[in-house]
Design a protein around this ligand. Structure first.
Ligand code: ANZ
Ligand code: ZN
Length: 799
């Protein structure tokens, strides 16, 4: 590899670039563009996943720089959070020291990786100068009743000893440690994201085509809007409202089921059945929501000993309690329609309850039917089809005062308090007289107490509670003795607004400078992992809408376009420390160089796909880079030579491939762009090095490669006689006449006689040419028995 000493090349150009300060925001002359990479958790050095994501983000930003856009490409760290805290506890280090040491390690790796970021636009969410504004924003939500405290059953991780948001519970297990999550009754802080459910859904229409379809679907399902109705059943002096998406089946309701863990069930249960009820409640206390929703489980439940009156027929229906009805959804009460709901049917069979079909769809015998036929056994609904019946029954319910239309969401309010140390303190003071009192804005930030030496092991209450001097304060409102809230915020709060702070990271009069945000935001292109498809993206969208309503910004959606890259895996499996199948990024870079690692990632396939590191060839990338560097060194036509007299074929290839490469880069098909660049390199190496067309091709290759392999590209640029700074050299101009696809005339024969002529691309495939020929006038009105296709100039139809 005599031609390619990547270490020397890396060392040569890094200091030169620092000096040139190539990527400062505000230095482009064109339209402004904001490229955002999801920021990193500083829980160690950069890994392969980072390298992949940043390779894509960097290619896009660098392309924009070449295009002359005014680019903001910032960098920062999501530096609060459990991983840092747990690591700190394990290693007996201070969380802050540990975090900031990791940040410095990662920053050095980012510099070596040569990402095109503006280091001035740098932030860390754990800096008091940042979290001061996270707290300030919390208080704005508090003022608007969008942040509130509530006692409720919450997800509790017994290992991490903290509550978790619904979003952090994956199939009943803690997202962080993988342990089973239990329920606890605790008073916690919530953000009222449910008030934004409709807007979060509706505004997705504008993201269509710019966000991956699967991400939009995941968000829609997460929000889970179900239009339906509430219907009131009356038991004595208690009204039981049920939520149903199928009010048209109400005449088939033969029982009610209440969530067994609801207060309503407990209050309705008769004394005679109380012991049985309590035993059942005890039994289901440990079940996760996932288990309870599982359709496979046998139905269990208890009769409460009471009955309710049907809102339309007046018939008495028994009231049961079961675990398959969830407390947190709808009203926690359902009407059982066993003929048309499978879960209700299983319940009815288990407890011998009547099944009354109300739809004339052909029953399949075993299961409930979807009730899509004509209504029967349904009084005033008889004869109506589904949608008409829904409309009619809701009208009637409203008229009789026994129900109303209603919409339900799967989305729950966002639980934001955590009983952990390494997070943003909640800026609230609890006063026995005044209640929850906000810390006055001018006393922000509420900084974390120094807990050096304290026992940080999780105990179920925040370790901050142990810092008595910090906790005990006087009430800002009445001056009496009061205590600080000792919880910290979910780190997803920190990351819900960082893209705004990036526009003016040092701003001190507010969370962001309105002028800077007006200039840069919203983000044009966001790049990051699919694992954030729901949580982070939804929360950031929510924050954006709240800030718009507060009047701090004037747009509704934070990210115009999102690219979610796949993962780097090994031998078909996700890499993990516990499995011991990690590929170490630093090692790969030491072996192959930054450029070859980047190129390998970009060349592996479309960004959305996973990259199996066992299937790719970083040494192949090294060989390619060796070839291009040699090409640049061999170019003999002097700098500034007019390529007009160069080899016309190579010139056409250069401009045609450049056009394709440009299109592919714009569509983020970097693998195709790399393949075309390789093609161009091969074509250039076939012509004598003195030909001016070879210089033209080599320069184009260098600029294209500067998106992917910045060091090698800079080295080529130098070998080609240019001053350093290829990153801002400008995108090569494409000559449209040279780039035009060449066409040829194809004769279409019928039984050997020319009957039509077609103008077709010179590189047309046999299949395409056959299709064209069969659609041509020559093939009309005849029966073709055989075709002879000789692309691109001849097709013979045998009739
Ligand atoms: C009667 C009925 C008849 C229903 C029928 C469905 C089919 P989605 O679409 O998810 O919103 N339900 C309501 N609240 C519930 C709770 N807390 N726990 C469990 N199930 C609950 O589902 C709405 C349907 O799920 C509701 O409509 C209700 O059953 C049930 F042929 O009411 B349905
Ligand atoms: Zn007070």
């Amino acid at each position: 590899m005599a031609d390619y000493d990547f270490d020397a090349i890396q060392q040569r150009w890094r200091p030169v670039w620092d000096q040139l300060d190539l990527f400062a925001a505000g230095t482009g002359t064109g339209e402004r563009r904001y490229l955002l990479d999801m920021f990193a958790y500083p829980s160690g050095d950069l890994h392969m996943g980072h390298a992949e994501a940043y390779a894509y983000g960097d290619a896009i930003a660098r392309y924009w720089f070449h295009r002359g856009y005014d680019v903001l490409h910032p960098i920062g760290w999501d530096s609060f959070g459990l991983p840092a805290e747990n690591a700190a506890i394990r290693r007996d280090l201070n969380s802050a020291d540990w975090t900031y040491a990791n940040i410095e390690t990662q920053a050095a790796s980012f510099r070596r990786y040569a990402t095109s970021v503006d280091w001035r636009a740098r932030l860390h969410t754990s800096d008091p100068s940042y979290y001061r504004w996270t707290q300030w924003l919390f208080l704005r939500l508090f003022e608007r009743d969008l942040a509130y405290r509530k006692r409720s059953a919450v997800n509790w991780c017994p290992v991490d000893q903290t509550v978790l948001a619904n979003e952090q519970v994956i199939a009943g297990h803690c997202e962080r440690c993988g342990n089973e999550v239990t329920k606890r009754d605790l008073t916690q802080w919530f953000f009222r994201i449910t008030s934004y459910a409709d807007r979060l859904l509706d505004d997705m229409a504008g993201l269509e085509g710019h966000w991956a379809a699967r991400v939009l679907t995941m968000q829609r399902n997460w929000i889970g809007r179900s239009p339906g109705a509430y219907l009131d059943f009356v038991a004595g002096d208690t009204t039981i409202s049920v939520f149903t998406t199928r009010p048209d089946t109400v005449f088939g309701a033969t029982f009610l089921v209440l969530a067994a863990d609801s207060t309503l069930a407990a209050s309705l249960c008769t004394d005679a059945l109380r012991d049985e009820f309590e035993a059942y409640r005890e039994q289901i206390g440990h079940e996760s929501e996932i288990d309870r929703m599982s359709p496979e489980r046998a139905k269990t439940g208890v009769f409460l000993g009471v009955y309710a009156r049907h809102p339309f027929s007046g018939v008495r229906v028994p009231i049961w309690a079961s675990d398959y009805v969830l407390t947190g959804y709808g009203t926690g009460a359902i009407m059982g329609v066993p003929a048309h709901d499978q879960r209700d049917l299983e319940f009815a069979r288990a407890f011998d309850l009547p099944v009354v079909p109300v739809s004339a769809d052909s029953p399949d015998g075993a299961g409930a039917t979807p009730a899509d036929g004509m209504r029967v056994n349904s009084d005033f609904l008889d004869g109506l089809m589904r949608d008409a019946a829904i409309e009619r029954v809701v009208e009637e319910a409203v008229a009789r005062g026994v129900g109303r239309p209603g919409v339900n969401y799967r989305l729950r309010d966002w639980l934001v308090s955590r009983q952990r140390f390494w997070g943003c303190p909640i800026p609230i003071i609890h006063c026995p007289r005044c209640g929850s009192v906000p810390v006055p804005d001018d006393q922000l930030p509420v900084t974390l107490p120094d807990l050096r030496g304290a026992d940080l092991a999780p105990k179920g209450v925040s370790p901050l509670a142990a810092a008595r001097d910090w906790v005990e304060v006087s009430c800002p409102s009445c001056d009496g003795p009061a205590t600080r809230d000792t919880d910290t915020m979910d780190t997803f709060v920190d990351s819900s607004w960082y893209f705004l702070r990036y526009c003016s990271p040092a701003y001190e009069s507010g969370p962001f400078d309105p002028a800077a945000v007006a200039r840069w935001a919203p983000v044009d292109q966001y790049v990051g992992g699919i694992e954030h498809a729901i949580l982070h993206l939804l929360y950031a969208r929510f924050f954006t809408k709240v800030l718009k309503d507060i009047g701090l910004i004037d747009f509704d959606e934070p990210f115009r376009s999102v690219l979610n890259q796949g993962q780097v895996i090994l031998n078909g499996a996700a890499m993990s420390k516990s499995k011991g199948n990690m590929v170490d990024l630093a090692e790969q870079i030491d072996t192959y160089g930054v450029d070859a690692v980047r190129l390998t990632m970009l060349f592996a396939g479309p960004p959305e796909d996973d990259i199996d590191w066992a299937d790719v060839s970083p040494s192949g990338s090294v060989r390619f880079l060796t070839r291009v560097l040699r090409l640049a060194g061999e170019v003999a036509a002097p700098l500034g030579t007019d390529p007009a007299h160069g080899d016309p074929d190579l010139r056409r290839i250069t401009h045609r491939l450049l056009r394709t490469i440009t299109e592919q880069v714009e569509q983020h098909h970097f693998n195709v762009a790399v393949a075309r660049t390789m093609e161009l390199t091969n074509a250039a190496r076939r012509i004598g090095a003195a030909d001016p067309a070879v210089r033209e091709a080599a320069e184009a290759i260098a600029v294209v490669l500067s998106l992917f392999t910045p060091y090698a590209a800079e080295e080529m640029w130098a070998r080609l006689g240019h001053a350093p700074g290829i990153a801002r050299a400008g995108w090569p101009a494409i000559d449209p006449s040279l780039a035009a696809e060449p066409t040829v005339v194809c004769a279409v024969q019928v039984n050997g006689k020319v009957r039509a002529r077609l103008e077709v691309p010179a590189d047309i495939s046999a299949a395409e040419l056959e299709t064209l020929a069969l659609a041509s006038p020559a093939a009309q009105g005849v029966t073709v028995v055989r075709t002879v296709v000789r692309p691109p100039r001849l097709v013979n139809l045998v009739v």
